[in-house]
Design a protein. Structure first.
Lengths: 98, 158
């Protein structure tokens, strides 16, 4: 299987990851995810939308996802849609080593 | 499950998928035009107040008419200046984000001065401050459309 990269569209991860940043997508068992990881997740309310967010909290089988942007209006995340189930996590985003 | 609707990049050894990192709320409906219209009304009422001549013939009727007209101009100026300030504050605090300061470091000061000018135009009958308010709104118009990546000319209704 070829390498999978994730292209970020939007500013919710600014300033750490500006619009257009790319990551490697790595499959990752839920048990190995940690607070602070950047993950690709399925949007809970929009089946065709995948989102990139940072894990702020892990509790039971759910995670609380947030954007890095300090502006409260700059990120649609768990503050809006609540925690997401672990099955919605599609993988961990890791820096591209080139 | 891992890759949904992948976009296979030609000539690249990897698969690229798009992920949203967008904001909450209806980002696309902001427009400084609403502040501009209110600002134009402030300037128009200011000019009308300064141009309104005192009655040549003093009478109860002429004074009542004069005061009524002047009061209406003042009331509209007050209302539109407040509306202008509200529209500017919405743009400032909701539309513009911290990353926009990189390209427009003057953003905060421009909005602060514009909001102050709204207040000044309420307190005073100043053609100078009304013009400075319009100049500030024009600057905000230019920053707004630069952020949106579009060239939208500054057009006045009056």
């Amino acid at each position: 299987m070829s390498e999978v990269r994730v292209n970020i569209s939007g500013d919710s991860m600014w300033p750490t990851f500006p619009d257009g940043s790319q990551f490697l997508l790595k499959p990752c068992p839920f048990e190995e995810l940690s607070v602070g990881d950047v993950v690709l997740a399925q949007h809970p309310f929009h089946s065709t939308v995948r989102i990139v967010k940072r894990i702020q909290n892990i509790q039971d089988q759910t995670v609380f996802l947030v954007g890095d942007n300090p502006d409260p209006l700059a990120s649609e995340d768990s503050h809006n849609f609540g925690t997401v189930h672990h099955e919605a996590i599609l993988g961990r985003c890791e820096p591209i080593q080139e | 499950m891992l890759v949904l609707n992948p976009r296979i990049m030609e000539d690249t050894p990897f698969t690229l998928i798009e992920a949203s990192a967008h904001c909450d709320g209806p980002c696309g409906v902001y427009d400084p035009a609403s502040a501009r219209v209110a600002g134009e009304a402030v300037q128009s009422m200011t000019k009308k107040m300064l141009a309104l001549e005192y009655p040549q013939v003093f009478s109860s009727e002429s004074m009542a008419s004069y005061l009524n007209t002047m009061s209406r101009y003042a009331a509209i100026k007050e209302e539109e200046a407040q509306k202008c300030k509200k529209e500017l504050l919405v743009l400032w605090t909701d539309f513009f984000k911290p990353m926009h300061l990189e390209a427009h470091p003057e953003l905060h000061d421009t909005f602060w001065q514009a909001a102050k000018l709204c207040s000044a135009c309420k307190v005073e009958v100043s053609a100078q401050h009304a013009q400075e308010l319009m100049d500030a709104i024009e600057s905000i118009h230019n920053m707004f459309w630069a952020v949106k990546g579009r060239e939208v000319p500054w057009i006045r209704a009056s």
